[in-house]
Ligand binder design. Structure first.
Ligand SMILES: NC(=O)c1ccc[n+]([C@@H]2O[C@H](COP(=O)([O-])OP(=O)(O)OC[C@H]3O[C@@H](n4cnc5c(N)ncnc54)[C@H](OP(=O)(O)O)[C@@H]3O)[C@@H](O)[C@H]2O)c1
Length: 328
């Protein structure tokens, strides 16, 4: 793969697939060579919009296309495992949307197959790869705000989608936690470098049986906590603040525009800006391509063991609400 153009395939033609494809087109060393959809019409439409030469009316044809190096899986979460395994078994590197799977058991199967086949796999937790999140990690590791004691992070949005949409439909993995709560949960893992020892939650399920709102407290080492909120029925600030013994780091939202961060240390107060390339999805694609060129099978920024651990935390949270998906 050294110095080679990476030839991407896009699996599914929905909302985020379009956003990612537009960002991929900004990268000179990436080429979208193929798209696969459940229907040929949708594949054709997508391919025409993005100038993609190969289009397929099935995911199988995309997975086995010899011209493709890496596939981006952008189906609703209940299909991530099946679609990812299809690609891995065909020897294709995979970037799989968040949440990585429906539960930790599925996630572990995906990781085991990638490892046994020696094929690259990564969760598309795209915010981690942005310049802002990379800088925040550096600050935390350098002890800029002292000992990290508390994280406050939320992602609440007011959905205008109906009960059959993937946002509210149990069969499509609906619910705020897996859809958007995964961002603060993953941030807590990023900040504290571990999963919580104690999890306390208040979660509210709506008419379709999915979680529409929840507050979650994580405890670490008996003295550190994270407070997490997610919802799909109300707008919240979509911000995160990390508090340490010397100061705080305030990551301004919303999550899809992570560019500004306010740092208050030892009485000082500065705001720094970290521009995104495109809509911000380029950064994860660059990580995938760097890993492929370096012959790596996983990313050090979003390791597979951490992806599975985060899925386990999500499982523990859902268990407290009695929220089980039909495919589990
Ligand atoms: N990273 C982010 O910022 C971000 C943002 C939004 C969503 N996501 C994640 O990306 C995934 C897809 O979300 P989305 O908003 O793009 O969803 P979407 O607009 O509903 O698109 C999903 C696509 O998946 C395919 N699909 C396969 N089986 C399906 C089924 N039974 N029902 C519906 N669609 C099916 C369809 O593509 P074909 O018809 O072409 O087969 C469909 O267009 C979710 O896991 C979500 O959590 C990530």
């Amino acid at each position: 793969m050294m110095n080679k153009m990476v030839r991407w395939g896009i699996l599914a033609t929905g909302g985020i697939a379009r956003t990612f494809a537009a960002d991929l087109k900004l990268l000179p060393d990436a080429k979208i060579i193929a798209v696969g959809s459940r229907t040929r019409e949708s594949a054709d439409r997508f391919a025409d919009d993005f100038g993609i030469p190969l289009r397929f009316g099935s995911y199988e044809e995309l997975a086995t296309c010899p011209e493709v190096d890496a596939i981006y899986v952008a189906t609703p979460h209940p299909f991530h495992k099946q679609n990812t395994l299809l690609c891995l078994n065909a020897g294709k590197a995979v970037l799989c949307e968040k949440p990585f799977a429906i539960n930790a058991r599925e996630a572990q199967v995906m990781v085991d197959i990638a490892r046994s086949k020696k094929v690259f796999l990564m969760e598309a937790m795209w915010v981690r790869f942005t310049p802002l999140f990379q800088k925040v990690k550096e600050w935390l590791e350098d002890g800029l705000i002292g000992d990290i004691r508390y994280l406050q992070s939320d992602y609440g949005f007011l959905s205008d989608k109906g009960p059959k949409s993937r946002v509210f439909n149990l069969k499509l993995g609906g619910g705020a936690l897996l859809d958007v709560g995964v961002y603060p949960v993953s941030l807590a893992s990023y900040v504290f470098n571990k999963q919580p020892d104690v999890i306390k939650t208040c979660g509210y399920l709506g008419a379709t049986g999915v979680d529409e709102q929840s507050s979650i407290i994580f405890e670490y080492d008996g003295s550190k906590t994270a407070s997490i909120f997610s919802a799909n029925t109300l707008e919240t600030k979509k911000e995160s603040i990390i508090f340490g013994t010397r100061g705080s780091i305030h990551i301004y939202g919303p999550w899809w525009q992570l560019q500004n961060v306010r740092v208050k240390i030892d009485g000082g107060d500065t705001i720094e800006e970290f521009p995104l390339q495109g809509k911000g999805y380029t950064h994860q694609a660059i990580e995938v391509m760097n890993c492929l060129r370096d012959g790596k099978l996983e990313s050090g920024i979003m390791p597979l063991r951490e992806t599975v651990a985060i899925m386990k935390t999500l499982d523990h949270i859902r268990a407290q609400w009695g929220l089980k998906y039909p495919m589990e």
